[in-house]
Design a protein around this ligand. Structure first.
Ligand code: GDP
Ligand code: MG
Length: 678
């Protein structure tokens, strides 16, 4: 049944019409019985109260629907860069995506960001040019813009009939028929191509065949021989090329006016891959002192292996863990094993989610997406699977939190409740972190941008109805080391009359920038033999130390820590002693390894009318920014720059004032660099 399954997402720049299009898809596939209008704040996927108020999609929700006998799991992805964690996590579990473009605006800066991510995860895509009814809509401009900016071969499978207010349908270039929509889009009428449009249709059909010849030998051969190009052959060759990401087939429509949506649903089935048609997932097999990469074939009969890609907290049901299964199957009411945390948990119930309801199912198997209820320890990014199979699925790459604010409850008695809520929120969102300042006891929350933290604080106030005060946003720095160092730490403490002792030798070394932290155990001497619980305690101690900093208390990055020796005695060697000793060993080893402070550098994408571009660029350089490129377009200039986060606070206000409110920008984390004094 795998061939009858699709896991897809819909990605776009904010406002391109993702929510509206998803709504229409759910409507036509028969799962929702009214069409929710985004503008009325009643769209079905945007179920969070706040999303409705802001009119943007924040959390991805997975929804299952059916079309032509195929099961389609749709994962909604947000368009705003402050929520790239959501985009990343959904792309990680998708097998294909619909990329939506606005017919007037074409490719926008955030579309490029999302496209880069889709490329990183090798996600095959089909393109949809929405809003063909808007004033200034230009299908052919968008084709060209996509080709130039996203650097992919585009293949128009349709051309629009009419545009702006007279947009009424499309010409299907494979069937060579016109499709018109009537009666609120529920009736599709397929007719012969009108004689006055025949010329244009033939011309674009030629272009399509030409593009396909570039990627398919079969098409080239038949074309050169003058043989007939059957529809089925064209479709299967397009399918192959899409799955290999060689072409982007493009459709046209106006979702709000119910024009053009059904062919896009057909495209999901016809051109996007089934779970076993894409490259198998990669897992990391944990060995004692190294990690080996293994491929995970999508096989329902294999050993169970799945990825928790999303957690939502439900007041009644508890944690809803969204899981993508890659291999094997998990049965409802049985134990599942959390591979990273080395703990068993129970999958009490398994649900298939629809946009506004859910069905209990007996099991979830390879290729499928569903929700497991009952797991308390699982966090976003965790691998669940089979005990005795130490394979971790490839990590999700979440952007780093770069902005922090302090937060405290209005009344002292609410402080513990605030901590609880923050813990729930950070479990749902791995780019949101909390730490407590050791000296002041103040709670510091960190996120990816001002909007991100703003949304979280609003949720605390509104959804959880807890009064809280927040401080001014500040940069979250990181700490790392610049030298290799080895250190031996001993620990000994008498507790309740019993001695707790440990001795650990730890080597720390700087890893390449961006590689993250790594932990290895390589102690081999005869004295170092210790039970698994002790080795686990050491690992906990080191990993705990990663997050608490070296000198300034900021999280550590890009450090490889290797235990090279330990001394363990059965009488005094307790888990407590080894965890504490490992923690201290890490701090001491790093302190003498020339610690450094790293600062977040942001990618700044700007659009400015020609008249203000000089002021805009000097504003960026005044703030320590570097201009990387400038691209002149008809009505405005696009500038790409990089700047340190610490100089970017309040940038929006300054930008507005130098450009009379006409320039706009997006800010996204790029990388960490050694902090320089300015
Ligand atoms: P999202 O941010 O990508 O989820 O976009 P939405 O679906 O929320 O749509 C953004 C705005 O564009 C809303 O006001 C929609 O009503 C409007 N919109 C969506 N589709 C169309 C369309 O086909 N034509 C026009 N003119 N407006 C549309
Ligand atoms: Mg939306």
């Amino acid at each position: 049944m795998l061939d009858k399954m699709r896991n897809i997402g819909i990605m776009a720049h904010i406002d391109a019409g993702k929510t509206t299009t998803t709504e229409r898809i759910l409507f036509y596939t028969g799962k929702s019985h009214r069409i929710g209008e985004v503008d009325d704040g009643e769209a079905i996927m945007d179920w969070m109260e706040q999303e409705q108020e802001r009119g943007i999609t924040i959390q991805s929700a997975a929804t299952t629907t059916y079309w032509r006998g195929y099961q389609i799991n749709i994962i909604d992805t947000p368009g705003h860069v402050d929520f790239t964690a959501e985009v990343e996590r959904s792309l990680r579990v998708l097998d294909g995506a619909i990329a939506i473009f606005d017919a007037v605006r074409g490719v926008e800066p955030q579309t490029e960001t999302v496209w880069r991510q889709a490329r990183r995860y090798n996600v095959p895509c089909v393109g949809y040019v929405n809003k063909m009814d808007r004033l200034g809509a230009d299908f052919f401009f968008v084709l060209d813009d996509v080709h130039k900016k996203l650097k992919i071969e585009t293949a128009a499978l349709q051309i629009p009939i009419g545009k702006e207010s007279s947009f009424e349908g499309v010409i299907d270039l494979i069937e060579m028929k016109e499709i018109h929509w009537q009666n609120k889009g529920e009736e599709m009428k397929v007719v012969d191509i009108s004689p006055n449009r025949e010329g244009l249709a033939k011309q674009w059909r030629e272009k399509l065949i030409d593009t396909l010849s570039g990627v398919s030998d079969l098409v080239t051969e038949k074309y050169l021989n003058g043989d007939e190009l059957e529809k089925a052959l064209l479709k299967s060759e397009i399918r192959k090329a899409v799955i290999e990401r060689k072409i982007l087939p493009i459709f046209a429509g106006a979702s709000r006016r119910n024009i053009g949506v059904q062919p896009v649903i057909d495209a999901i089935v016809d051109y996007l891959p089934a779970p076993d048609e894409i490259r198998p997932a990669i897992g990391h097999k944990q060995k004692k002192d190294s990690i080996e990469d293994v491929t995970i074939p999508c096989d329902p009969k294999g050993q169970a292996l799945g990825l928790v890609f999303k957690i939502q907290n439900d007041r009644e049901a508890g944690s809803l863990c969204y899981v993508r299964m890659y291999s094997g199957l998990i049965k409802s009411g049985t134990a599942v094993y959390n591979v990273g945390k080395k703990k068993r948990e129970r999958a009490n119930r398994i649900l298939r989610m629809h946009s506004n309801k859910s069905d209990a199912i007996d099991s979830l198997s390879a290729g499928d997406i569903g929700v497991i209820i009952g797991m308390k320890l699982a966090q976003t990014g965790d691998t669940i699977g089979t005990e005795g199979l130490p394979v971790l699925l490839e990590k999700m790459q979440f952007p780093e939190p770069v902005i922090s604010i302090s937060i405290e409850s209005k009344t002292i008695s609410d402080q513990d409740k605030l901590k609880e809520i923050l813990a729930i929120l950070s479990k749902e969102d791995p780019t949101f972190t909390i730490r407590e300042n050791d000296e002041t006891g103040q709670l510091i929350i960190s996120g990816m941008g001002e909007l991100h933290l703003d949304v979280l604080v609003t949720r605390i106030l509104k959804e959880y109805k807890l009064g809280a005060k927040v401080g001014n946003p500040q940069v979250t720095y990181r700490e790392s080391i610049s030298n290799v160092n080895e250190h031996t730490e001993t620990f000994s403490r008498v507790l309740a009359g019993k001695e707790n002792a440990a001795k650990i030798t730890l080597r720390v070394e700087p890893a390449k920038r961006g590689m993250g932290n790594n932990y290895f155990y390589a102690a081999k001497s005869s004295k170092s033999e210790a039970p698994q619980e002790i080795l686990d305690a050491i690992e906990r101690g080191i990993k705990g130390a990663f997050s608490s900093g070296i000198v300034m208390g900021y999280p550590c990055i890009d450090i490889t820590a290797t235990v090279t020796d330990i001394q363990y005695s059965e009488q005094t060697g307790t888990e407590f002693a080894f965890e504490a000793c490992a923690n201290m060993a890490f701090d001491e080893a790093c302190r003498a390894a020339n610690p450094i402070l790293l600062e977040p550098i942001m990618a700044v994408d700007l659009n400015s009318p020609h008249d203000f571009v000089g002021e805009v660029m000097s504003l960026v350089t005044q703030r320590g920014g570097q201009i990387l490129s400038m691209n002149a377009k008809a009505d405005e200039d696009e500038i790409k720059a990089q700047a340190p986060m610490e100089k970017m606070f309040g940038f929006m206000t300054s930008l507005r004032s130098v450009s009379q409110g006409r320039a706009n920008f997006s800010l996204e984390f790029s990388h960490f660099e050694k902090k320089i004094e300015r």
